[in-house]
Design a protein around this ligand. Structure first.
Ligand code: TMP
Length: 395
């Protein structure tokens, strides 16, 4: 058996399925087991939740809600234009158009492909040409006929959501011109292992990529990894740049990062057993912090009803008894309860009127943006905590 199960994060609900308070009955739960595949070197969920259960007309994640993400998408777009000068760009999982609007503004031919109708509607309103569709080998053929081939296929924080990577790779190869590039970035395995950010794992994040695993999988479909660019976003990500084999020069950074991954034993199961232990310690620590706060009569609120927070709350069994509410700026999450643990989600305005004694920062990957916004108005006596053992907040 090539797949080794190394972590069980318990029964988990659909991450972005925020519920109206009256209606938390018949909620769907699944077992969140994580495996390491010795053949492909990839870390993934053991079984995948059907995409239709997650990405539908009520999908609650709007990419444009974060200034950090808007900025990082702008920088990536500018980079791609400068480095590869594409005449046609396709984005897989284009959400509300946050990335492609940068190409649209410059008059570059583009197409966004996303399965959630509500976000595609938003994108179209922002002047971004988009279609409601899953991306894969079959849809690539339709896209080719109706919109033509692409010089660049890009995807930010989406590739790791897609269960059938072989199908994606085939579709991308089919649609790319010979000198074309496939560029994607996603949370990086190295950062997750180092920070103990097990909350990177949830139904939508089917894979946690590394250079070793992506080069193995995309390499088996005619691609070659030509560059790797570490990113600060999403708590530590990696940008992977692939080209058709032999079509472009391979940067030395590729071998350097792969060697580093081998040095850190990403290809050995003991690395993952250690990670499991670290997750268990993080769980005990977080519960202790919250129980102590409650015993001391302190009020506790979460900051950001993030996708990641669903994993933490359900793995640790933390509900409204330990956290009074979670603040979130996304209107469709507000006045609902969180998936699984049913903690009320309140608006940012409510949060500002009800500043708690302890804030648990679930949007820790946006910490700089948030601390900058809050440090002058929130009293210094308020405690900020996260589930990450070594996380430093620059208050
Ligand atoms: P994500 O990490 O799953 O993208 O979600 C980030 C969530 O955090 C999103 O629902 C918006 C919320 N958020 C706030 O409420 N306030 C903030 O300042 C930021 C940056 C995010």
């Amino acid at each position: 058996m090539s797949k080794i199960q190394f972590l069980n994060l318990g029964k988990q609900p659909i991450t972005n399925n925020f519920l109206t308070e009256q209606n938390p009955i018949n909620e769907f739960f699944y077992d969140l087991n994580i495996v390491y595949d010795e053949n492909t070197k990839i870390v993934s969920l053991e079984s995948f939740v059907l995409p239709e259960k997650m990405f539908n007309d009520t999908y609650a994640h709007m990419a444009s809600m974060s200034i950090t993400m808007r900025e990082s998408n702008k920088i990536l777009s500018e980079n791609i234009i400068k480095r590869f000068n594409p005449k046609s760009v396709l984005e897989i999982g284009s959400n509300d158009g946050i990335m492609l609007e940068n190409f649209a503004k410059q008059g570059i031919k583009h197409l966004g492909v996303d399965p959630s109708a509500n976000v595609v509607e938003e994108a179209i309103q922002h002047g971004v040409q988009s279609i409601v569709s899953f991306f894969g080998d079959e849809s690539s053929e339709n896209i080719k006929v109706n919109y033509g081939t692409a010089d660049a296929i890009i995807s930010a924080n989406v590739m790791c959501h897609l269960p059938d990577l072989n199908d994606i790779a085939k579709g991308a190869f089919n649609l790319l011109n010979d000198k074309g590039v496939l560029i994607f970035e996603d949370p990086y395995l190295g950062s997750m292992l180092e920070k103990v950010s097990y909350d990177q794992i949830y139904d939508e994040h089917v894979y946690i990529f590394s250079a070793l695993s992506t080069s193995k999988i995309f390499g088996s479909h005619g691609f070659e990894l030509i560059n790797l660019v570490p990113q600060e976003t999403h708590g530590g990500s990696m940008r992977y740049v692939f080209a058709k084999k032999g079509q472009r020069q391979v940067e030395p950074q590729v071998q350097a990062i792969m060697d580093h991954e081998l040095l850190l034993r990403f290809d050995h199961s003991d690395t993952y057993s250690q990670f499991k232990e670290n997750c268990e310690k993080s769980k005990i620590r977080l519960i202790q912090i919250l129980e102590d706060a409650k015993k001391a009569g302190k009020s506790v609120a979460g900051y950001g009803a993030t996708s990641k927070s669903t994993t933490i709350l359900n793995y640790c069994g933390i509900g409204p008894d330990l956290i009074d509410f979670i603040s979130d700026t996304t209107p469709i999450k507000q006045n609902k309860v969180t998936p699984g643990m049913h903690i009320p989600v309140q608006s940012y305005e409510y949060f500002k009127e009800n500043i708690p004694d302890v804030i648990i920062l679930f949007a820790w990957n946006h910490a700089n943006e948030i601390i900058e916004k809050e440090k002058s108005s929130i009293d210094k006596s308020v405690e900020w905590v996260t589930h990450l053992p070594d996380f430093q907040l620059n208050l």
